[in-house]
Design a binder for this molecule. Structure first.
Ligand SMILES: Cc1cc2nc3c(=O)[nH]c(=O)nc-3n(C[C@H](O)[C@H](O)[C@H](O)COP(=O)(O)OP(=O)(O)OC[C@H]3O[C@@H](n4cnc5c(N)ncnc54)[C@H](O)[C@@H]3O)c2cc1C
Length: 812
């Protein structure tokens, strides 16, 4: 059968994701959609998935997405008259250790905040729900009645039928071999059976997506790993309505299938696959059994389900699946080529995610931008360097196991590091910096003061670095602290019309004199956040933009796509180091190394100047994310000299190195919001308490109309600051439920120990049907749910430390 020579949308890949995108595009009224599958539908990875659908994720936006999948799978059969095998059988997760039980109790708190039905179970209750398991070695469990299972191949067929019913064309046996672009936009796909022109291309090619992306210069950072399960013969007590069961301490999951069990899992040290490319054809194909790799799962399964000892093993299934560097999938418009969208790298969650992810990508295609917060899975959280195959291979050995690894607060990944290093890396390492990693950058989390602190001892309570970070925090408040913030993304926006272009993007007024800087939101047409950044005007036609470490790709994409001819954006992240100085002694220290005055009268807030420090010349800006201080944007080659000079000059004034854990506690005491935590595309500046940085009267800008409406609307959702007692057994880390008079009203977005307020300090959301103001907050009693313990807190709209001053430095 021939294929059309033209289609508005071409989707590459007929797995569950491609079919879901086609289905949802047709639901949104787009008829001119062509899906191309090189083999047969579901013949890639989808056909052999176990079919577990668990709803709860650590980010509420992701939970919402999967909850939609469960609703869709429940109704699809009726709509398409094709069976889907969907069964809302519920799931039991069990804990073998007290720490795991604490984690499950924290899950209960998060589920309460996210409105997901959940119940704590005793070991006996867990055994009642799942009678074939051993329970005498368990501490407890949780029950999620809304979880379920489905037949992946059947769902794929049902989605494809739904798409066809809506007008989409689905073609099997057609392989895409090339992608043509013109002036930065997709133009056509070339197949083994002809060429198809298109306006939009969706790469939903599963583990092949990295190679397909390379056909047009799009980075799709994923790598395959072997993933295995067994299927047993009938086992007594295993009935069709048996819930799904997960034993994360034993790395395993279980579901009923024809009276037997499917048992698989996520081993801590995974086995990468496909290093020399994925063979073609690879249709309904599996990999050889590997009982050695499976041994750790089998041993644990025998402990949990003794009946497996004698059960017949009917199938050993080993199939490749693609994994990403952070265990979240890749969704959205590729920043490299306009019109190319990606939905891939599903980390063994593709069946659970497909409904929601397919709808989200279809809406993104139709609207031209994401319609809700998809930052955790946004493909723009990565950059071209993440597509390095050697790096990917080493990293995904670890990411597969993260499914069931203990999700410790602040947990850092250990593999494929160090990756990106600041010019100060060796200096900081010599001072016993304990590094974390963000966007690949090695960043000091804190500076170990003794041997014990050189490795983080993870726990849900105060961790082993607490006192050291408190000391760094106090130095930044009471004397002077220095943080290497070189990982900030930095751009030069240049051109005669740079001011007008930025005015159109920014909610704040950026028409400031040369030598000034402005904190501003970048909003979408809905008036919600696409970014927040600092714009420093360094010449009449030139701004230095400073934005969050993780936002480099995303912000560049967002900004570039709206720039007029003649205005350019250049990423200068690697050209500049950033040294952030905070504390009352900072001006004096700078005065000792530089010939100018740093007195506020001579160097006022938000001013940016070129200064000299010894032989070095650098930008200095009076603003700080930590409180009061300066940021130095120094050419990378001068960073070491400046760093050494500052330490020499500041030693007797108490200057201390500080790390990112202190940055977090310092910014939370000041109420400074962080992109991706507090500020997302689901939130407008008024809800976020950043109305002061919106200038409605400066002229038109993106999002202005929506903000005019938002400003007049009752404020029923607000970001609030919380202060709690000094943490004892449990600490707040983010994700916990916030309760007003005992009822959940929202969740914590960021939390830390604030050494200045001497207690837990947090930001989080409160939502009500009534308008929320300080009087509303004062009229209620506030608690946060820390692993099942209601901990009293105070709630306020203003920052705990400085209720008047709501300015902000560049974002972390
Ligand atoms: C053993 C195992 C168990 C799993 N269990 C679960 C589970 O319980 N729950 C869960 O949610 N997930 C599970 N998964 C994960 C799930 O199977 C995947 O995440 C999901 O199937 C991915 O779907 P996809 O559409 O992205 O990829 P695929 O199903 O691989 O589809 C991509 C398609 O693109 C086609 N294609 C590639 N290149 C081209 C080209 N050039 N031209 C045309 N077509 C092309 C391929 O042929 C393929 O059919 C499991 C995975 C494995 C391996």
């Amino acid at each position: 059968m021939s294929i059309p020579t033209q289609s508005r949308v071409v989707i590459i890949g007929g797995g569950i994701i491609g079919c879901s995108v086609a289905y949802h595009l047709s639901k949104l009224g787009w008829r001119d959609v062509l899906l191309l599958e090189q083999g047969r539908l579901s013949s890639g990875t989808t056909w052999h998935a176990a079919g577990l659908v668990g709803q709860l994720r650590s980010q509420s936006s992701m939970t919402r997405l999967i909850r939609y999948s469960t609703e869709l799978y429940a109704s699809l059969e009726k709509e398409t008259e094709l069976a889907t095998g969907w069964k809302r059988c519920g799931s039991v997760s069990v804990a073998r250790t007290p720490e795991r039980m604490t984690q499950l109790r924290r899950t209960i708190s998060a589920a309460r905040a996210q409105g997901v039905e959940i119940e704590e179970l005793s070991p006996k209750e867990a055994g009642d729900k799942w009678p074939v398991m051993r329970t005498d070695d368990l501490v407890g469990g949780v029950w999620l009645p809304g979880d379920g299972k489905a037949n992946p191949a059947d769902i794929t067929q049902a989605l494809a039928r739904g798409a066809r019913n809506g007008g989409a064309i689905v073609r099997e046996g057609i392989r895409v071999t090339g992608i043509e672009t013109e002036k930065g936009r997709v133009k056509a796909v070339v197949t083994d059976q002809g060429r198809v022109e298109c306006e939009v291309l969706a790469i939903c090619a599963g583990q092949w997506s990295r190679t397909v992306g390379q056909m047009c210069g799009v980075s799709v950072p994923l790598h395959s790993a072997e993933h295995m399960y067994i299927v047993t013969g009938k086992i007594e007590g295993v009935t069709p309505d048996l819930p799904v069961m997960r034993d994360p301490d034993g790395y395993t999951y279980y579901k009923e299938e024809v009276g037997g069990l499917v048992m698989g899992g996520f081993e801590p040290d995974a086995k990468p696959w496909g290093m020399d490319g994925i063979p073609y054809p690879f249709e309904f194909q599996l990999l050889p059994d590997d009982w050695d790799q499976f041994a750790i799962l089998m041993e644990n399964a025998l402990q949990r389900v003794p009946a497996l000892e004698t059960a017949e093993i009917k199938t050993f299934l080993n199939g490749p699946e693609s994994f990403t560097p952070d265990n979240n999938f890749l969704l959205g418009e590729a920043p490299e080529v306009a019109g190319v969208y990606v939905g891939a790298g599903f980390n063994s969650m593709g069946i659970a995610s497909a409904g929601g992810a397919g709808r989200a990508l279809a809406e993104w295609i139709v609207e031209g931008e994401a319609t809700s917060d998809l930052w955790p899975v946004d493909i723009r959280r990565f950059a071209g360097f993440n597509n390095n195959p050697a790096w990917l291979k080493d990293r995904i050995k670890e990411t597969l196991g993260l499914h069931y690894a203990m999700p410790w607060p602040n947990r850092e990944l250990d593999t494929a590091r160090p990756f990106r290093r600041s010019p100060l890396y060796e200096r900081l390492a010599a001072k016993h910096a304990v590094f974390g990693s963000k966007m690949g950058w090695e960043r000091a989390n804190y500076f170990a003061r003794n041997e014990d602190e050189r490795t983080i001892r993870y726990s849900f309570g105060p961790q082993n670095w607490f006192e050291t970070v408190a000391a760094e925090h106090r130095a930044c408040r009471e004397a002077a602290g220095l943080v290497d913030m070189s990982s900030f993304a930095k751009f030069l926006l240049q051109g005669p019309e740079a001011e007008a272009a930025l005015q159109r993007l920014a909610a704040n007024d950026v028409a400031v004199p040369v030598g000034s800087s402005v904190y501003t939101a970048l909003l979408n047409a809905r008036g919600t956040f696409e970014s927040d950044l600092t714009a420093a005007r360094i010449a009449p036609d030139s701004y230095l933009l400073l934005t969050g470490t993780a936002q480099a790709t995303r912000d560049a994409h967002w900004i570039r796509r709206q720039l007029p001819e003649g205005v350019t954006l250049t990423d200068v992240t690697s050209a500049y180091a950033v040294l952030s100085l905070a504390g009352p002694k900072v001006a004096e220290i700078l005065g000792r190394v530089s010939p100018i005055s740093f007195d506020p009268a001579d160097f006022p807030a938000n001013a940016i100047r070129q200064i000299t420090i010894g032989y070095a010349t650098t930008w200095a800006c009076r603003r700080s994310y930590l409180g009061d201080g300066f940021e130095l944007y120094a050419p990378a080659e001068f960073a070491l000299a400046i760093y050494d000079a500052l330490h020499e000059a500041g030693a007797d004034l108490g200057l201390m190195d500080a790390g990112y854990y202190a940055v977090d506690s310092l910014r939370l005491e000041k109420g400074f919001r962080a992109w991706g935590r507090e500020l997302t595309p689901d939130v407008n500046p008024y809800e976020a308490g950043l109305g002061f940085a919106v200038k409605l009267n400066k002229g038109d800008f993106i999002g202005r109309d929506a903000l005019v409406t938002a400003r007049a609307a009752p404020r029923t959702k607000r970001l609030i600051s919380l202060v709690g007692p000094r943490p004892d057994g449990q600490m707040a880390w983010g994700g916990e439920a916030i309760l007003a008079d005992g009822k959940p009203v929202g969740e914590i977005t960021s939390a830390a120990f604030g050494a200045t307020v001497d207690g837990i300090v947090a930001l989080g959301w409160a939502e009500s049907h009534e308008p929320i103001d300080q009087a509303w907050l004062d009229a209620r009693s506030w608690t946060i749910d820390l692993a099942g313990t209601a901990t009293p807190v105070t709630a306020s709209l203003a920052a705990p430390l400085d209720r008047k001053q709501l300015t902000k430095g560049a974002t972390a």
